[in-house]
Ligand binder design. Structure first.
Ligand SMILES: Cc1cc2nc3c(=O)[nH]c(=O)nc-3n(C[C@H](O)[C@H](O)[C@H](O)COP(=O)(O)O)c2cc1C
Length: 306
């Protein structure tokens, strides 16, 4: 019997729990010739802002032991160009689920970006990236200050009827607290983790490996911390969770689901294998078949303690 890979995520039916992560899958359309987009549970497009952004100067990527540093600087075409140029092409594709990732530097940025995106057809849900510095409040990240997080999620909730996923920053002391703040402010779901703030220095030149000096660490190096954070968040809230951070095999997906995730995302793995997302769906089906798992959804929160 073929295992049932479908999951229901915050009211959105997904054919499987595998979603391509924001910033690692372009606007989806660029992957059309590489991946069968309709085989994925869904994909999250590159973070969209109110105005187009050029991002940081190079070097912006650096490979570390079992991971990757990036300081792309949220380069994107802007919400308006996404609605006018990318969404119509995505709408021609059948049987796909598109999530729009949204970020801003002020509360007004989030509000305006959502208002523009609300005009577009074919967005299943928003994923709110709260990991950018809030320039109106002296640079602290929205996602690392409970009050700022509450404000931005409350505002976003007021500006859309579409499902709202809040993507939490892992650069906090208590992920459980931040998860609860997002839930109470009206989030339909949370996703975690975003990248860990990190850096690397070249001992020969004594210069930073990344022009921006600090960057976000992703990939297998962060996986055990990400699984722990999903576990902590799942105990703290009732809303569903998308887990991510270093997933590259079907067994990694199972780990995140047992910790409490309903669906998962794959980011950095697409950098070393552009077909990683699709391959892992096939691998997940085989894994479930071999382990007698009829319904992948039954794994969520199934950690065995005794
Ligand atoms: C190059 C790159 C760009 C990213 N851009 C975004 C982004 O625009 N918005 C966002 O919310 N997360 C962004 N992320 C974070 C990923 O979506 C994901 O949360 C993180 O990389 C952890 O998953 P992974 O270890 O599977 O890559 C980016 C990650 C990478 C590597």
């Amino acid at each position: 019997m073929t295992p049932d890979l479908s999951v229901n995520f915050a009211g959105i039916p997904l054919k499987n729990p595998v979603i391509a992560a924001s910033g690692t899958f372009g606007y989806g359309i660029e992957f059309e010739d590489v991946v069968h987009l309709d085989r994925l549970g869904g994909f999250v497009v590159k973070g969209l802002s109110r105005e187009p952004m050029t991002g940081n100067p190079p070097p912006r990527l650096y490979e570390t032991a079992a991971g990757m540093l990036n300081a792309i600087g949220l380069q994107n075409i802007g919400a308006r160009a996404f609605v006018d140029e990318k969404l119509p092409k995505l709408r021609e594709l059948k049987n796909i689920v598109v999530f729009a990732n949204v970020f801003g530097y002020t509360r007004e940025d989030y509000e305006r970006t959502l208002q523009i995106l609300n005009e577009g057809e074919g967005i299943a849900a928003y994923e709110l990236n709260v990991s950018c510095p809030n320039t109106a409040h002296g640079g602290i990240q929205f996602g690392s200050d409970p009050r700022s997080l509450d404000e931005v999620v409350t505002l976003a909730r007021r500006n859309t009827r579409r499902p709202l996923i809040v993507k939490l920053s892992p650069n906090v002391t208590s992920i459980a607290q931040m998860a609860r703040v997002a839930e109470e402010a009206g989030a339909d779901a949370i996703s975690l983790v975003n990248t860990f703030i990190a850096t690397a220095i070249d001992p020969e030149t004594r210069k930073p490996r990344i022009a921006n000096v600090t960057a976000g660490l992703s990939g297998p190096a962060i996986k055990p911390i990400a699984v722990r954070m999903v576990y902590d968040a799942a105990k703290a809230v009732k809303i569903p969770i998308i887990g991510m951070g270093g997933i590259s095999t079907a067994a990694d997906i199972i780990e995140f689901m047992l910790a409490g995730a309903t669906a998962i995302q794959i980011g950095t793995a697409s950098y070393w294998d552009p077909v990683a997302t699709e391959k892992i769906v096939a691998e997940l089906e085989t894994w479930c078949g071999e382990h007698g798992v009829d319904r992948v959804a039954s794994l969520t929160g199934g950690l065995v303690m005794e």
